[in-house]
Design a protein around this ligand. Structure first.
Ligand code: NAD
Length: 264
């Protein structure tokens, strides 16, 4: 286990959303093992209660996409912990495929993958500005730096999540607010299992265990660097996209054609 990251001394009061399973559960477990006081939230009450019991955390079941859900989570966490030092906005969905996906799937994806972060920041940042410190960690995705074939709403929403986190950091860093964006490729969770044959094929070789992602995040909390990349190769793809966008897009399109050929 690595050293305690600066700013996350034992007793640090944290909230993790989407913590009933997958990356959120692993993050909450790592934070609790590091001595943090943890509040976990998820719409799936039963597995959430099990996680909370195991971690001696408070479970706040409910939907964390809308304004009311975020507000009641923030209130419950403040009542229980006496304040919130760090927020891990991790709950996310991956719905729909291709141009056929419905208006409702686009809207639901935007609500949770983007607006939940905006709503949480709106409630948390004023308190953190008064205190001169606070930490906001968004679980985005490598799809937020690159793209995810077949998944337009997921890609767009994760780009927006990274953009919002960048905006927060650019606006408030000098006032003590640390913002970080976790951008993994495939992680072995229910989301990856549900994502269909294509995504499983694309991430077959490099899908990480959620605990490995959580350990990378724990280590990166100390450095306070903005991008947390559990798959280090993403940094190279991101640089290639920026420095030669057409070559990068051509490579993505070649991958798409290979997939179509394999499917035919
Ligand atoms: N698994 C991957 O390959 C991968 C890769 C990159 C990024 N991510 C991101 O990591 C985060 C966690 O993903 P995961 O793979 O652990 O997914 P998961 O589906 O295994 O777990 C997500 C959890 O979020 C909860 N949730 C979903 N919508 C909710 C809502 N409206 N309110 C409250 N809780 C809600 C679910 O009940 C579930 O417990 C997501 O933001 C996802 O986009 C995942």
């Amino acid at each position: 286990m690595s050293e305690q990251p600066p700013g996350l001394e034992p007793g640090t009061r944290v909230v993790v959303t989407g913590a009933a399973r997958g990356i959120g559960r692993a993050l909450a477990s790592r934070l609790a093992a590091g001595g943090c006081r943890v509040v976990v939230a998820d719409r799936d009450a039963e597995p959430l209660a099990e996680v909370a019991h195991r971690l001696d955390a408070l479970a706040v079941p409910g939907d964390v996409a809308g304004e009311a859900g975020i507000a009641s989570l923030v209130e419950a966490a403040r009542d229980h912990l006496g304040g919130i030092d760090a927020w891990f906005g991790n709950a996310g969905i991956d719905r729909g495929r291709g141009l056929e996906m419905s208006e409702q799937d686009w809207a639901d994806t935007h609500e949770l993958n983007v607006m939940a972060h905006v709503r949480a920041a709106r409630l948390l940042v004023p308190e953190w500005l008064e205190r001169g410190r606070g930490r906001f960690v968004v679980t985005a995705s490598a799809a937020g730096l690159l793209t995810m074939l077949d998944a337009p709403a997921y890609s767009v929403s994760k780009h927006a999540a990274v953009a919002f986190a960048e905006w927060l950091s650019a606006t408030y860093r000098h006032r003590g607010i640390v913002v970080q964006a976790i951008c993994p490729q495939g992680v072995q969770t229910d989301m990856l299992t549900r994502s269909g044959e294509l995504q499983q094929l694309l991430s077959r070789d490099e899908a990480l265990a959620p605990d490995v992602v959580a350990e990378t995040v724990w280590e990166a909390l100390g450095s306070e660097r903005f991008l947390i990349l559990p798959h280090p190769e993403v940094a190279g793809y991101y640089a290639a996209r920026a420095s030669n966008t057409d070559t990068w897009l051509g490579g993505m399109n070649r991958l798409q054609r290979k997939i179509e050929e394999a499917r035919a």
